[in-house]
Design a protein around this ligand. Structure first.
Ligand code: GLY
Length: 351
């Protein structure tokens, strides 16, 4: 079968690779595969600390994908010989003030009700794990099941010529213009124009700081005076600080206010950030649906030759959800059904 994948980001390439592994002839169409949200993403694989109130329906899918991640990473590294920066230290939730701690405790209760393991920790215990955290920190928790990957390394591996995927550097706006037997639309925010599905861009500004030594080993998600921030350390001394969440349409301007909103809580929680070089400022667009869950499945009204599937709207969870999305879409394309629970991701829920 000839399969065309519209979109060469992390989700599109993961789907393409899974289909290629199952013996399908896969072509990826993307004029500029490096421009999407994957280039900006921090790479938290956080089925616990990235779960938000009201996203219960999504949690099963996030946990399913998390279980697939170690195998996915090992197989991709083995196939390409490339590192992915995969790390398993977990996430620390930290709160600066008593009010911030009230918020973190509510989150911890919520995670526990959802069945994910989180361990409350006092400020001192947090600083024993991460001595560079501010002594002002009141407390928090550890989510040991969260991992991280470096999305740029991941993209480089998925784009490696060692994977049997054909690449065409063009954008496709009309799936019926392709000759492939099956077409998968996985082009992030571009999905709205191609399919008519309600996928909107949600802007996220993010900073990359750099120092000679890593300041942290764990990913830290913190609240400081009501401001939220996450800090993702890399082994080479890079510290990713993210991210704003802004409903401004397709605007990718980095603003002084955005940088301030990130640096202020980052420095409150980890004073050493003030010493680091500000290496890069970025803004990306998360593809969000009206209920913030992805759309994965066959596009209504399509069938037979040129059947169209969609895999998008992953919002804050594109990196985490890539393996389960790839598995589910490859099942749907090759077998017509999947054992993955896609009940939160129905394509027809918006029509
Ligand atoms: N998953 C992190 C973010 O979307 O900012």
């Amino acid at each position: 079968m000839k399969v065309g994948v519209i979109g060469g980001g992390i989700v599109g390439l993961s789907v393409a690779w899974e289909l290629a592994r199952r013996g399908e002839q896969v072509t990826v169409y993307d004029a500029d595969p490096a421009r999407g949200a994957g280039r900006v993403a921090a790479g938290m694989l956080a089925p616990t600390a990235e779960t938000a109130f009201g996203e219960e329906a999504l949690q099963g899918l996030m946990l399913d994908s998390m279980r697939r991640w170690p195998g996915f990473a090992a197989e991709l590294s083995a196939a390409t010989g490339m590192p992915l920066g995969y790390r398993t230290e977990g996430t620390l939730l930290v709160a600066l003030t008593e009010d911030d701690l009230t918020e973190v405790r509510r989150l911890v209760d919520y995670y526990r009700r959802a069945g994910t393991p989180v361990e409350p920790l006092a400020g001192r215990a947090l600083r024993e794990l991460e001595p560079m955290l501010s002594p002002r920190i009141r407390g928090g928790a550890r989510a040991a099941g969260d991992h991280q990957v470096d999305p740029r390394l991941l993209l480089a591996a998925l784009r490696s010529q060692r994977l049997p995927i054909r690449r065409v550097q063009k954008d496709v706006h009309d799936p019926s213009s392709l000759r492939d037997d099956v077409i998968i639309v996985a082009n992030g925010c571009g999905m709205a124009a191609v399919t008519g599905l309600p996928v909107r861009p949600v802007k996220g500004q993010l900073l990359r700081l750099r120092g000679p030594e890593p300041l942290l080993t764990h990913v830290v998600r913190g609240v400081a005076l009501g401001r939220h921030v996450y800090l993702v350390p890399r082994a080479d001394g890079e510290l990713v600080v993210g991210a704003t969440e802004e409903e401004r349409g397709a605007d990718t301007t980095v603003t002084a206010g955005g940088v301030l909103d990130l640096l202020r809580p980052a420095a409150d929680l980890l004073p050493g950030v003030a010493e680091l070089a500000l290496a890069e400022t970025l803004a990306g667009l998360r593809p969000g649906t009206p209920d913030n869950a992805p759309v994965i499945g066959r596009l209504e009204g399509t069938g037979g030759p040129g059947t169209v599937f969609v895999a998008g709207g992953h919002y804050r969870h594109g990196v985490l959800l890539a393996p389960v999305t790839a598995h589910a879409v490859a099942d749907l394309v090759t077998k017509g059904s999947t054992d993955v629970d896609l009940s939160a991701c129905g394509v027809s829920r918006f029509t």
